[in-house]
Design a protein around this ligand. Sequence first.
Ligand code: RB5
Length: 152
Amino acid sequence: MSLALGCDEAALDLKNLLKAHLEAKGLVVKDFGVHTSAPAMYPDIALEVSLEIAAGHFDRGILLCGTGLGMAITANKVFGIRAATCHDTYSAERARKSNDAQILTMGARVVGSELAKTIVDAWLASEFQGGGSTAKVERIKQIEKKHLRGDQ
Ligand code: RB5
């Protein structure tokens, strides 16, 4: 599985820690930054990673900021992207099984590093379950087609 990773300055340490965690598991990880603690424009990082996922260049993405919220809000503006903010393992599992979320977002000011690793592991270990969730995700896609406008 290939993964794209991005963060703003609030989550730099968490990003570096998770990158090492993922690489130790043998996963292919591309780090889209940031790489310093200088104030960053988190929407630009979220956009870059989301476009890569939407283009099929990576299987999944992880976006980190102070709360995980700005990253998710931005990522969900990109056509085809389903990003979920998860700060517990149950949500992380359901984000894959029910919502087929290709992007996980977390807040470095919300979760500790050990919990963050566990959440990532739960999310990576889960796949979309189909079944009753298929029609619901398809409905999300229809809504996206109708209501998400603008140049992508
Ligand atoms: C800091 O810029 C903070 O606003 C950001 O990391 C994030 O929490 C936004 O959602």
